[in-house]
Write a protein that binds this ligand. Structure first.
Ligand code: BES
Ligand code: ZN
Length: 610
């Protein structure tokens, strides 16, 4: 098959590749800019090379040198999601294997899509401003001019100057901190990442941060207001990391820290090396959402060591990571828990495919992204169709232990490189070379390229799910006179996860009758629940039943936190509820300036404002 290039990037990966990145960043809260220089050590992969193209987005390029010599450059037109190509003319020709150091002096824009600048009022402590980045999938280019494609891996070093009362952290190991000689009001933090990694894993946070030690190589970081709650919630981190090592081999990144971000962080978790970023909505108080940590830990192997070559192969990152997350869950609890989680995942897949439409090309496992922003393509499909495929193979090929043998071999073979679905499939066939007959029965084309639900429906053990299904059925069919039979004790034997599943099942049904929802509030008091996963599904249920009392509660939830998994469906449900639509639009427009740029862009689309 011909070399596949990355349609989400302007860079020519067949011409050159970045080996190392040396960053000097000066974080300026006043102007909401980073004044920076990025020195890329670039290797030529062909002879006669005299032009380099890098990805940028909203960057102001001040000056570029190549091996110290000033060079000419040009910025192309801005593409709607790819940004602008930066073409650099070298005054000499490179031969294959030669290296050149290209140093770009530049400034970021206050609108950089990778960055959210928070005012002091938007933080828990209210005293200091805060900055954090989110580069996956293609936002790194708004922070650093680079080959913004996961097919390129490099090490990095960074020196970050920040106001001296603040702390800077990056997705790397610490390499010292000292006073800024040039500016007494500032401090410099240094970071070293010695494992080559794709640039979407570069991450930066600056804020009034504290930490607590929770294990020999684990700390939690956050503002002081949350740090003890976080240390409690994530206490199992080292235990899970050890389980992960038992399954996948040594953890190669050194430190494994967690950072609890402000509530506007758009994801549940982000696997930034050495420093996983997580949403504060994981702080349920009962460790019930620790699967997200198991998930981000697993990315230390699948994603961060073995990386999808382009965003079309994103399922390789997320499908394997969900598979490993559930293997860690299996080893923390038991097989029944894994089966329960798998059923929940299948139901998330049903919902995602219903939202996109069963013929939408974005519901295929390996979608084409030439004309699509990876942020628009994002859904549960790569996670759960990917998991379903791996689970199906596990069953066909002899069970979890045998299949983990393959996953471990796949990781070993492709560690430190980037892979396509074809590479993965070839690896599978060569690992199971004695079972090709079985493998040939798999409808690969349907799994990879057909939209909609997978060609095979797995059978999971329903023992932990039965209670959720039974209770769901009772509520679905209950008439007014039957509502009295529900009591608080219905939920007594259920774990938080089972409550979440119960509500998720109800959401798959036709909307509940308004009286049923009102009665549910009377007996279960979900309005008072803190667990964000429960609250989110409960509010959706209320909105679907057109309960007006839920409108202000939903508007509050989309405002006080910005995790897209919650905020986007709530906004969509508010939009579809005629009485709530004007308020939803008004709330969004009012909050937009203080929202995360990625979330704001996607919610604007969800509300049909663009
Ligand atoms: N890497 C993803 C988050 C992501 C994906 C950010 C694509 C930007 C673009 C992360 O590992 C993730 O999957 N997080 C999930 C966790 C869940 C599946 C347990 C989330 O945020 O909810
Ligand atoms: Zn993930």
């Amino acid at each position: 098959m011909a070399e596949q290039s990355d349609s989400s990037s302007f860079t020519a990966t067949e011409h050159f590749t970045t080996r190392h990145l040396a960053l000097t960043l000066r974080v300026e809260f006043q102007s909401r800019r980073i004044a920076a220089s990025a020195a890329l050590t670039v290797e030529a992969l062909r002879d006669e090379l005299s032009e380099l193209t890098l990805d940028t987005r909203d960057l102001k390029i001040l000056k570029i040198t190549a091996n110290g010599q000033e060079v000419k450059f040009a910025l192309g037109n801005k593409h709607c999601f790819k940004g602008a190509a930066l073409t650099i003319s070298l005054p000499f020709k490179l031969l294959r294997g030669q290296h050149v150091v290209v140093e770009v002096s530049y400034e970021t824009s206050p609108e950089a899509s990778a960055l959210q600048w928070l005012t002091a009022e938007q933080t828990a402590g209210k005293k200091h401003p805060y900055l954090f980045s989110q580069c996956q999938a293609i936002h790194c280019r708004s922070m650093i001019p680079c080959q913004d494609t996961p097919s390129v891996k490099s090490t990095y070093y960074a020196r970050v100057s920040v106001p001296k009362e603040l702390v800077a952290l990056m997705s790397a190991n610490h390499d010292g901190e000292f006073a800024d000689d040039q500016d007494k009001s500032r401090k410099i933090f240094c970071f070293r990442q010695t494992v080559p990694m794709p640039c979407y894993l570069i991450a930066l946070v600056v804020g009034s941060l504290e930490s607590r030690v929770i294990g020999p190589r684990c700390r939690v970081w956050s503002e002081r207001e949350m740090v003890d709650a976080a240390a409690y919630e994530f206490e199992e981190t080292e235990t899970m990391l050890k389980k992960a090592e038992d399954l996948m081999g040594p953890y190669v990144w050194g430190q494994y820290d967690l950072l609890v971000l402000p509530p506007s962080f758009p994801y549940g978790g982000m696997e930034n090396p050495c420093l996983t970023f997580v949403t504060p909505t994981l702080l349920a108080g009962d460790r019930s959402l620790s699967n997200v940590i198991a998930h981000e830990i697993s990315h230390s192997w699948t994603g961060n060591l073995v990386t999808n070559k382009t965003w079309e192969h994103f399922w390789l990152n997320e499908g394997h990571t969900v598979y490993l997350e559930r293997m860690i869950g299996r080893s923390m609890f038991d097989e029944k828990h894994r089966q329960f989680a798998a059923i929940g995942g299948w139901k998330d897949l049903l919902e995602a495919i219903e939202t996109f439409g069963a013929t939408n090309p974005l519901t295929s496992l390996v979608p084409r992204l030439c004309d699509t922003d990876p942020d628009d393509a994002f859904s549960s499909v790569p996670y759960e169709k990917g998991f379903a495929l791996l689970y199906h193979l596990e069953e066909l090929l002899g069970g979890p232990d045998i299949f983990m043998g393959f996953v471990k071999a796949y990781i070993q073979i492709f560690a430190y490189s980037s892979v396509t679905t074809e590479d993965w499939k070839n690896c599978l066939y060569s690992y199971f070379s004695d079972k090709t007959e079985i493998l040939n029965k798999v409808d690969w084309d349907a799994w990879f390229h057909s939209p909609g639900m997978p060609p095979f429906t797995p059978h999971y053990d329903t023992s932990m799910n039965d209670a959720c299904v039974t209770l769901c059925k009772r509520w679905t069919i209950a008439t007014d006179v039957e509502l009295d039979c529900f009591t608080e004790s219905d939920l007594k034997e259920m774990t938080s996860m089972q409550k979440i599943e119960f509500l998720a099942l109800l959401l798959l049904e036709t909307p509940l009758r308004l009286n049923n929802v009102k009665r549910m509030q009377q007996v279960y008091k979900f309005n008072d629940v803190k667990n964000a996963e429960i609250k989110f599904r409960w509010l959706r249920l209320c909105l679907r039943a057109q309960w007006e009392k839920a409108i202000p509660l939903a508007l509050e939830m989309v405002t006080v936190q910005g995790r897209m998994k919650f905020t986007r469906p709530l906004y969509r449900d508010l939009y579809n509820f005629e009485k709530a639509r004007p308020q939803a639009i008004e709330t969004f427009q009012k909050n937009k300036p203080s929202m995360h740029p990625i979330t704001a862009a996607l919610v604007a689309k969800d509300l049909h404002l663009v």
